[in-house]
Design a protein. Structure first.
Lengths: 378, 243
């Protein structure tokens, strides 16, 4: 009977494609919006991900994220270095500055000062140039998103001079970095250079980045640092999560994306429900005839379930493929740099599709089950 | 009003209906459509159930073939008291013993004629291709074997009716129920369909009930049961005078 059910569905091309569209559209909307949401909020942790060597981040107790930090006295670095289990500890400065663009406008940038000796604090890879270019005087490395934003396509930023907070800076390399939540242009430079570029208060040290000794876990070392220095210490994962949580708690993004995802669900229920009900209504005589002939209600339910399942599978696959194509199609856009689809997102979409089909299928099947076989004689 | 006790059924009766009452609710009013019907249908006969619209003939055959519960009474089909069966048993009983020919045919529009004719076999669990092959043999017998691969919309009304007949007979039921088979046909076509039904549906071990009010085909019946206002007013070989 499942063969008949599938043929009944696919034979009505208009409704079959309508159902596919409904499911595919819902899946696309839910998957795509959740993918963008997840990737966007994860950018709250981009500062952590862009300093891959650091296993523990040490900061002033009031600091919350890489972008919401309170500077510590330079002595904090020595305090941290003295804690057992700390293999190495380096200074890390994060500040904002202004750059005068070629057009004469001012553009806000983030300046990140990395350790002078080891350059720990730089992203893992350079898109152009070598990390060692930062040893040159006044050298900065611009992140690739910033390079696209500051310089026209085809123009190499290497060697370009910037007026950075009234100081001379020369771009010597392009860092392959994960963009920040606000897509601010980031300039990486050595810590000592950063102190010159970004004048400020007496305390300038934003973070101390720590590597742990062999045999120690980051959690153990972080706890020990907190106990012995009175500073706040977070493991890499904890601090990344703190950045994500900050975005979720302090912006309207979860609400906005949540509304869109909910609308995707509602649109799915509406389109699929309406089309499925029309399909069942159009075939109610045939279902009645089948019941009279001797097809049990159980088989009828399985027939409708098979129809819903087929629509669900194809529509869901189309929606997920649509999302993949969307992300792939926009991968050259700096906003979408590094976007990926976490495995949980298609799973959540699948659950949404199952719920949509369960709701609409139950509504549709009710009319079939209520139909008396004797109705076919009327 | 008391209904007199019903006489026992003939032992060889294919269907034995006793004391059938059927009420329908219409708002706050209860309408009695059948008033204690006693009827028997025998195998090997083409039995017509005739009557004006609203006389209760469709309700009666719906009850006789197990698709509408009576308010009271008993229906035995080939010795089985069908309304004492569970829902699933009754559905399976219909699948194994009864073939239906509906007035509107009710063919499934998106499957071909052979598959439509094979529906009861597929419902019984036979593989689709095997069922289609078996149905094709019957379609051949009904002279539409060459239309087996066509969808219902590609067939004429007469051809669709033959497919419906094939669907009613493909699983070799012991009872065939046919609703207004000639309602949409001219006199000649109607007689041709009835001849065809007599040829393929009537057999010594099979009962055939035809619901109709088409007086052009009354002469083809083996037996005619006339219903008026929910009561049997005539049961005989020919129509009574005045009808």
């Amino acid at each position: 009977m499942l063969w008949i059910a599938i043929r009944m569905l696919t034979g009505d091309a208009q409704k079959f494609y309508g159902l596919l569209f409904g499911i595919a559209f819902s899946t696309l909307l839910i998957t795509q919006q959740m993918t963008i949401f997840v990737n966007l909020v994860q950018r709250g942790a981009s500062g952590v991900f862009n300093a891959p060597e650091a296993e523990v981040w040490v900061m002033d107790p009031v600091s919350r994220t890489t972008d919401v930090s309170y500077a510590m006295p330079a002595t904090a670095l020595d305090k941290v270095r003295s804690v057992p289990g700390v293999e190495w500890a380096v200074p890390h400065l994060r500040a904002v500055a202004n750059v005068r663009t070629a057009e004469g406008d001012l553009e806000g940038v983030a300046v990140i000062g990395v350790d002078d000796a080891t350059l720990i604090g730089l992203p893992r890879r350079m898109a152009q140039g070598d990390k060692s270019v930062l040893f040159a005087p006044d050298a900065v490395a611009i992140d690739d998103t910033g390079a696209q934003r500051f310089f026209p396509a085809g123009a190499s930023p290497i060697g370009a001079r910037l007026e950075l907070n009234d100081q001379r800076a020369v771009i010597r390399g392009i860092a392959d970095a994960i963009p920040s939540f606000t897509s601010t242009v980031v300039l990486y430079t050595r810590y000592s250079n950063a102190l010159n570029f970004v004048p400020g208060t007496r305390n300038r040290l934003s973070f101390v980045l720590v590597g742990v000794s062999e045999g120690q876990t980051p959690e153990q070392v972080a706890d020990r640092i907190e106990a012995e220095t009175g500073l706040k210490a977070k493991t890499r994962d904890e601090f990344a999560q703190a950045g994500i949580d900050f975005i979720i708690e302090n912006t309207g993004i979860p609400t906005n994306f949540g509304i869109t995802v909910f609308l995707g669900f509602v649109v799915g229920v509406a389109i699929v429900g309406l089309t499925f009900s029309l399909f069942i209504r159009d075939n109610i005589k045939q279902f009645g005839a089948l019941k009279a002939i001797g097809v049990t209600n159980g088989k009828i339910v399985r027939m409708v379930a098979a129809q819903a399942g087929l629509v669900g599978m194809i529509g869901y696959a189309l929606g997920v493929v649509g999302t993949v194509l969307f992300i792939y199609g926009f991968s050259a856009n700096p906003f979408f740099k590094g976007f990926y689809i976490p495995w949980q997102v298609p799973l959540i979409s699948l659950v949404a599709v199952v719920i949509i089909l369960a709701i609409t299928g139950l509504i549709a099947i009710r009319s079939v089950l209520r139909t008396e076989p004797a109705a076919v004689f009327r | 009003m008391t209904i007199p006790a019903s006489p026992p059924c003939e032992a060889e009766a294919a269907i034995c209906a006793r004391g059938i009452i059927r009420d329908f609710e219409a708002g706050q009013t209860t309408i009695r459509v059948l008033h204690g019907i006693d009827a028997e249908i025998r195998s090997g006969e083409m039995t017509y159930v005739v009557g004006e619209s609203g006389s209760g003939k469709t309700t009666l055959i719906s009850i006789m073939c197990g698709i509408l519960w009576p308010t009271a009474g008993e229906v035995k089909v080939f010795g089985t008291d069908i309304y004492k069966l569970s829902d699933t048993e009754l559905v399976n009983f219909r699948l194994n013993n009864i073939g239906f020919i509906f007035q509107q045919y009710n063919l499934i529009p998106s499957i071909d004629a052979a598959a439509n004719a094979a529906v009861p076999l597929i419902a019984k669990g036979m593989p689709v291709e095997e069922a289609r092959e078996k149905a094709k043999v019957l379609l051949d017998k009904l002279n539409i074997g060459n239309q087996a691969d066509k969808l219902p919309r590609q067939l004429s009304g007469g051809q669709q009716q033959r497919v419906a007949i094939a669907r009613a007979l493909v699983h070799e039921p012991r009872l065939v129920v046919c609703d207004e088979p000639t309602a949409a046909l001219d006199a000649r076509s109607g007689r041709r369909v009835m001849d065809l039904l007599r040829e393929v549906a009537v057999a010594p071990d099979r009962a055939c009930i035809i619901v109709t009010h088409d007086n052009r085909i009354f002469d083809l019946a083996d037996r005619i049961i006339v219903l008026e206002d929910g009561r049997i007013t005539h049961d005989g070989k020919e129509m009574p005078d005045g009808h």
